[in-house]
Every structure is written in C-alpha cells, then in structure tokens.
Write a protein of this length. Structure first.
Length: 256
C-alpha cells in the first residue's frame, strides 16, 4: 500500500515537473541562455510582406549640361512677334498676343461605377504632359446619372512655361499628323476672346502612349489660352506657331 502511494506521488511529481517545464521560459519562447529571442509570427509576416526598397536612380547623361530653351518659344520671340506686329500694326510690344497656357481635360463618366478607371486616365495624362494631373470632382449631385457631389469624375492638366511650349511642339509636329483622316483643324472653335479649343478622339495619337498598355480608347479636350482680345489675332498666332488649320497652307517653323 505504501509502495502504491509512493508510485502515485512520483507520477504526480513527474507531471508537475512536466508542467513546470512547459510553463518555463525554455518552452515558452524556445529561448536558450545566450541566444536572442525569436521574432513573433505576426512580426515575421509583416517583414515578409514588405516590398523591397527602391534603388535610387543616378543622374542622366545630360545632368551637368544647361537646359536648352524650348525651340518653339525661340521661334515665337524671333519670328512670330515681328510678323504679328507688322500684320496688325501694333504700336506697343505688350499688344502682341502670346500663348498663356494649355489646358488638357479628360472626363471619365465610367468613374461613377468604377473608380479605378480614373487611375489609368491620370497615368496616361501624366505620360503625355509630363505633369501630374488634378482630379476633378462633381459640383452637384445628379440622381439620373447616379452622380454624387464631390465624386471624382475627371482629370485635367494646366501647362505653363517651358512645358507648355514643349507640349505644343510635340502636338503640332508629331501628334496631329497621326490623326486619322486628318484634313485640317477647324477655325470655328474660337470662343470670341482669343481662346481655341479642340477635341481629340483617341489618346493613341501621342507617341508617349504604348498601344499594348491601353485598356480603352478615350478622348480629351485641349484648350489653348492666349492673350489676344480677338479671334483673328489668336488664329494668326496659332497659325504662325504651326497649327494646321483648314483652308490655309501650314506654316512650318524655321527653328535653328
């Protein structure tokens, strides 16, 4: 009987030792003396899910060279201003019309149901213009269209300065000749205050857009804002800058 009790006590003691070992530090974290503690499962998952850091790009080949002036702006200053002054008889150099800005606008009605469509539109506009576009929001709600006030339904870019002249140069010399069945730009799209607007049916006319990366054909509106007060002055300005209008022989800028 005593031996039986001793056996039970020994078994209980062994179980207690086992429990003590299970609750000890070695069983809890698997940590041995002299070894660092292992990271938890959650931290390991977070570290594994992180994207690798992007490597910094080095300077391009012409980083140390001075930035050349836009060639179309040089043509405007050297040739176009003198022609417009002689044609309209301006007595003050500030009366000569000039190009102030170019606005590219793209409305995306599909963004009402699928907001991700606007992301691809913004990426394409950024490639075309070299400037990050601004997302436009609805000014009021329209129940028939399922539109809510403040919802993003478009994107636009306003170009000024050197980027404006570079975009106009690429648009006139490269993009316009790629328009299908092109017969000249219309001359009735002036607003009466010297501003000209035109619509582009597809973004594929711009060489920056890769055909394989396009998910859908989209158009855009382009507005050329000038300082001219009359439409005939704005027409003469844009024609001298190389815009091919209907019924007129296109002017090819002689740029050195």
């Amino acid at each position: 009987m005593a031996a039986k009790n001793n056996a039970k006590g020994g078994a209980k003691g062994g179980a207690g030792a086992k429990g003590g070992a299970g609750k000890g530090g070695a069983a809890k974290g698997g940590k041995q003396p002299g070894q660092p503690a292992a990271k938890g499962g959650k931290q390991a998952k977070e570290s594994a899910g992180r994207a690798p850091a992007k490597q910094a790009r080095g300077p391009h080949a012409g980083a140390g060279l001075p930035v050349p002036a836009p060639r179309l702006r040089v043509h405007y200053q050297q040739v176009v201003r003198a022609k417009l002054t002689e044609k309209f008889g301006f007595t003050n150099p500030h009366q000569v019309p000039q190009l102030e800005k170019i606005v590219i606008n793209c409305g995306v009605g599909e963004a009402i149901k699928n907001a991700k469509v606007l992301d691809s539109v913004c990426d394409e506009l950024e490639l075309i213009t070299g400037q990050k576009p601004v997302r436009r929001k609805a000014k009021k709600s329209i129940a028939n269209f399922g539109l809510r006030e403040g919802q993003e339904i478009g994107a636009s870019v306003t170009l000024r300065g050197a980027r404006m002249w570079e975009f106009l140069d690429r648009f006139v010399t490269v993009s316009v000749p790629r328009i299908r069945d092109f017969r000249g730009l219309g001359t009735r799209a002036f607003d009466g205050r010297g501003n000209y607007s035109l619509g582009v049916k597809e973004q594929l006319i711009f060489p920056e857009i890769n055909y394989d990366m396009v998910d859908q054909i989209r158009g855009m509106d382009i507005t050329f804002v000038t300082s001219a007060t009359r439409d005939d002055q704005a027409l003469a300005l844009l024609a001298e800058l190389g815009m091919p209008f209907k019924g007129q022989s296109p002017v090819i800028p002689t740029i050195v």
